[in-house]
Design a protein around this ligand. Structure first.
Ligand code: HEC
Length: 120
């Protein structure tokens, strides 16, 4: 293959990668599936989530800039494991929280975490 054709292919690959966010290092989930799951469980009914159109009256905190967040739900370190636990069973972490448990599967929670951690 000529060097020129190789360069064009590399560019095409980069453009394709642009549209699909890839999971941050050390995160198991699939961000594209996570984005879909966030709408399926209607998380956007209460949260502003960049990339997902939803209500403009938010009961919960915005999830904008989520990748840069160090602490979630007031005192929980923002690790992928803690995030998935919070999404699945918030009451186990804080019995008084207004965030409902929505019956999110382990896989869906991991995918949501992968998407949320692309939001910087
Ligand atoms: C009925 C409204 C409601 C729905 C639906 C909801 N949440 Fe929440 N969520 C909240 C509230 C309220 C908080 C703040 C809870 C607290 O700090 O105690 C919260 C907190 C969070 C946090 C922590 C944010 C932070 O900055 O501390 C994350 C992450 C989160 N929700 C993700 C989700 C996901 C993912 C879904 C869908 C599976 C979802 N939420 C569905 C109301 C909701």
């Amino acid at each position: 293959m000529s060097r020129r054709a190789g360069g064009v292919l590399a560019l095409a690959g980069m453009l394709a990668a642009c549209g699909q966010p890839s999971a941050p290092a050390g995160v198991a989930g699939d961000p594209a599936r996570g984005r879909l799951a966030l709408t399926q469980y209607a998380c956007h009914a209460c949260h502003q989530i960049p990339g997902i159109t939803g209500s403009e009256v938010y009961v919960g905190p915005t999830l904008k800039g989520f990748a840069t967040r160090r602490i979630i739900a007031r005192n929980l370190p923002s690790t992928p494991e803690n995030l998935a636990r919070w999404i699945r069973e918030p009451q186990k972490i804080d019995p008084h929280t207004a965030m409902p448990a929505l019956g999110v599967s382990e896989q869906d929670a991991q995918d949501m975490v992968a998407y949320l951690l692309t939001l910087d």
